[in-house]
Design a protein around this ligand. Structure first.
Ligand code: PMP
Length: 778
């Protein structure tokens, strides 16, 4: 709109109010254009706030905008405007902004002596057709396009620097403290107080935050007059008037546009949010930027009201009036005030599809639980059913609930390398922003990832098939094993869980084992071999029912069996006997893989080598992905006889996530960390046994630890384990329950778990057990 030094003393009667815009005679302009620019045509005055603006149509129907600056206009500021447009023309020539038209001698300006002394600087620009958005409706599509254009202009200006870009500009919301003096010119007491309240709150609460936001040279004045629209239905046709260009937080660029393009609308915010969504699509906003947009928008309105009051009061003859803007601006400020910050943030975050959270009212947990019960399968299991955790976000080893409480996540192996790991996030986000499709195309990441997995597996386990979950991997492994062996029986551990497909469930005594599946009790380190632990007996049992073993499936962490430590050599022995009976050995690494047990794979830690490996859960840190790896020999009959394909399995985004997870495991030495932190944690848990007889065996490897709870005198073991887990949850520590009797505390944190995290867990467990023991006694 206009520039001026906003020093507090000059503020009350700003200098610009004294300077009417120039009024050069038409014939003088005609002569200069012809002589200096070689443009012939009659100028037509098109108004303007500070410059004299003329449109000239040449003989070939080309239109130009001639801008004649006031005598005394700071030359640095004029140069800033020109340099900005030249930079955009170079960086993003496709953008619809005015082009600088050079003189015949190649200059960008020409000076003419002014009548009262000094000189007027003339500049010529291409003329952009279109009408101001002020005169049109504001359909969402148009607002979105305006937001996109503005962001593209800001993108083009990101690398631009100019020594005058730091100049103070009255209309810049950061000048609110100086503009505050202008409120004295607002006649109506009620209005004045409202406007002062908005300015004061902004100055104390918001202004200090702005310095930390992304800043650059911006247009700074995307008003309803400066955004041009054209066509039918209306599309965005251009952005004009680079007279307020300055270095400022980008949030100001956007907030000014959100207010000034919706000036006077009765319900401006939803329309403004559309513009923000368009901007965000091109130039992503940070949470901090989003958080200040509503406040900047309101202070822009309040400051404009104050400046306009002063300006009307002191307006010099010839200076343009802004009276027509006063009432619409006031209406708009009232609309935003009535909406309030909470609703405004919610609307904005919804328009940007930002996760529910900061600045929004999260639906109450109780009402969500009710809706969950209706919307999802009834009885669908919840973690801590007695007191479910309403999660909002995660970071590293921590989870945060909707009330902002934090929890040490000692349970979660989906975010294997930590919640919201930045390297994995960026890999996913960048690939999503580039390409995601199915796997019938040639692309490199799927091959690179398959090779990376093969390089970390022994022998010739080098052929990969990608799927989307652990269950799918198990299902596929089962099909492959049956094809290869021609058999249809399976051995699994006694309480195994291998998935939710028909085959996965059939292979899971944990849920509903099938007739062709023999359950095998695992001989552990601690006890004499239990009945049913002899694989030959199990194979004979299958044979008696008419089945020969196609495969032995085993989760090396023996998770659902209660996190058991098999006797050394036991799993190798079972594998050997199954192979002797013509079956394959399948390591289900959905739980134990990717460094969990201190080695890449659980089978390495347990001393056997499988024929097929299934993977899932942790492999992409939460991005859905599963895989089967096997040998060329085993896959051949399956490849020859099926037309297997998975649309999403191994898609480019999943593979990038998988590669990034491997990077993090290696760069952050997470296998070694799992081994070291896990070993010390187990020792400390065992040390608790002397004080807490409820602690039975402490089992597991790496960061997969089971603490069996025994409760010989009261209540029954399962109840105690559940009480301990709940007491820990109330203390901000999350652990799971595992085993056929659900009496084993399952400790399986993200692998970036440190000794400090482990100490915290031990201290809370110690305290929770002491409390429970005391309450049992009472
Ligand atoms: N195998 C094992 C050992 C598992 O623990 C699970 C899931 N808990 C699965 C397979 C199935 O994985 P998903 O839930 O991803 O299908």
């Amino acid at each position: 709109m206009m520039s001026d030094s906003p020093s507090a003393s000059a503020m009350h009667v700003p200098a610009f109010l004294h300077s009417p815009r120039p009024a050069l005679a038409a014939d003088r302009v005609i002569d200069v254009l012809a002589d200096i620019w070689g443009i012939a045509g009659a100028p037509q005055d098109v108004g303007g706030d500070r410059d004299q603006n003329l449109v000239v149509t040449s003989a070939d129907d080309t239109r130009y905008l001639v801008k004649i600056a006031q005598a005394g206009e700071a030359p640095g500021v004029l140069d800033l405007q020109l340099a900005t447009l030249l930079h955009i023309a170079e960086q993003a020539p496709e953008l619809p902004v005015p082009r600088v038209i050079r003189t015949r001698g190649g200059a960008c300006t020409h000076a003419l002596p002014a009548d009262g002394g000094g000189e007027h600087i003339l500049r010529v620009f291409s003329y952009l057709p279109g009408r101001p958005i002020l005169d049109t409706a504001h359909p969402p599509r148009l607002m979105h396009a305006i937001g996109q254009l503005l962001a593209r202009v800001d993108c083009a200006l990101q690398g631009f620097f100019h020594p005058h870009a730091g100049h103070a500009m009255l209309w810049d919301p950061r000048q609110a403290p100086a503009v505050r003096a202008c409120t004295a010119d607002i006649a109506d007491d009620g209005r004045r107080r409202t406007i002062e309240d908005v300015i004061d709150a902004f100055c104390s609460d918001v202004l200090p935050q702005l310095d930390g936001l992304p800043a650059q040279i911006i247009h700074g004045d995307a008003t309803a007059e400066n955004v041009l629209v054209g066509g039918d239905p209306p599309g965005v046709a251009g952005l004009i008037d680079f007279g307020d260009v300055l270095h400022a937080p980008r949030a100001i660029e956007l907030a000014v546009a959100m207010v000034d393009t919706t000036w006077g609308l009765d319900d401006p915010w939803p329309t403004a949010c559309e513009l923000a969504a368009g901007y965000d699509e091109v130039l992503a906003l940070t949470d901090d930027e989003v958080a200040v947009l509503y406040d900047i928008a309101r202070v822009r309105l309040a400051a404009c009201a104050a400046i306009m009051a002063t300006r009307e009061r002191h307006r010099a003859e010839g200076a343009g009036s802004m009276a027509a803007l006063v009432e619409p601006g006031w209406r708009q400020l009232n609309a935003l005030n009535a909406l309030g910050p909470r609703a405004a943030h919610e609307q904005l975050r919804r328009a940007l599809r930002l996760p529910v959270g900061r600045g929004t009212s999260v639906p109450a947990t109780a009402s969500l639980l009710e809706r969950r019960q209706q919307a999802l399968m009834p009885g669908l299991e919840l973690f801590y059913p007695d007191d479910p955790v309403h999660v909002e976000r995660g970071s590293g080893a921590w989870l945060f609930d909707s009330a902002g409480e934090r929890y040490l996540d000692c349970y979660n192996n989906v975010p294997q390398v930590g919640h919201a790991h930045p390297h994995v996030n960026r890999a996913v986000a960048r690939q999503t922003a580039t390409l995601n499709t199915h796997t019938r195309y040639v692309f490199s990441s799927i091959i690179e990832y398959a090779e990376a997995l093969a390089a970390r597996l022994p022998g010739d386990l080098g052929v990969a098939l990608f799927v989307n979950s652990g269950s799918e991997a198990i299902d596929l492994a089962w099909q492959i094993a049956r094809h290869y062996t021609g058999h249809d029986g399976a051995l699994v551990t006694a309480h195994a869980y291998h998935g939710n497909t028909e085959a996965g469930a059939a292979l899971s005594p944990y849920s509903q084992p099938a007739a062709h599946v023999a359950g095998l009790s695992v001989a552990t380190e601690h006890d004499a071999p239990p009945p049913g632990s002899d694989p030959d007996e199990a194979i004979a049992g299958l044979a008696a029912a008419g089945h020969r073993p196609a495969a032995f499936f085993v989760d090396p962490s023996l998770s659902s069996d209660g996190i058991l430590d098999p006797a050394p050599g036991h799993l190798a022995h079972v594998s050997k006997r199954v192979r002797a009976a013509g079956g394959l050995c399948i390591a289900d690494e959905v739980q134990s893989g990717f460094g969990r047990m201190g080695t890449w794979w659980g089978f390495e830690a347990r001393g056997f080598t499988p024929d097929i490996v299934t993977m899932g859960k942790p492999m992409a840190n939460g991005y859905p992905m599963g895989a089967v790896l096997t040998t060329p020999d085993i896959i051949t009959p399956f490849a020859d006889n099926t037309d297997y394909f998975s649309t999403f399995g191994g898609n480019p985004v999943a593979c990038m996530a998988g590669l990034a997870v491997l990077d993090v495991i290696e760069r952050e030495h997470l296998r070694a960390r799992a081994e070291q932190v896990g070993a010390r944690l187990r020792a400390e848990l065992r040390a608790l046994q002397s004080r807490h007889p409820m602690i039975g065996e402490v089992r597991g490897l790496g960061l997969f630890i089971g603490v069996a709870i025994v409760d010989p005198d009261a209540g029954g073991a399962p109840t105690s384990a559940r009480h301990i887990a709940l007491a820990l949850r109330q203390r901000g520590v999350l652990v799971g329950l595992e085993g056929p009797h659900k009496n084993v505390l399952k400790i399986r944190p993200p692998l970036l778990f440190t000794h400090e995290h482990a100490d915290l867990l031990v201290a809370h467990l110690d305290a929770a057990l002491a409390e429970l023991t005391a309450s049992h006694r009472a």
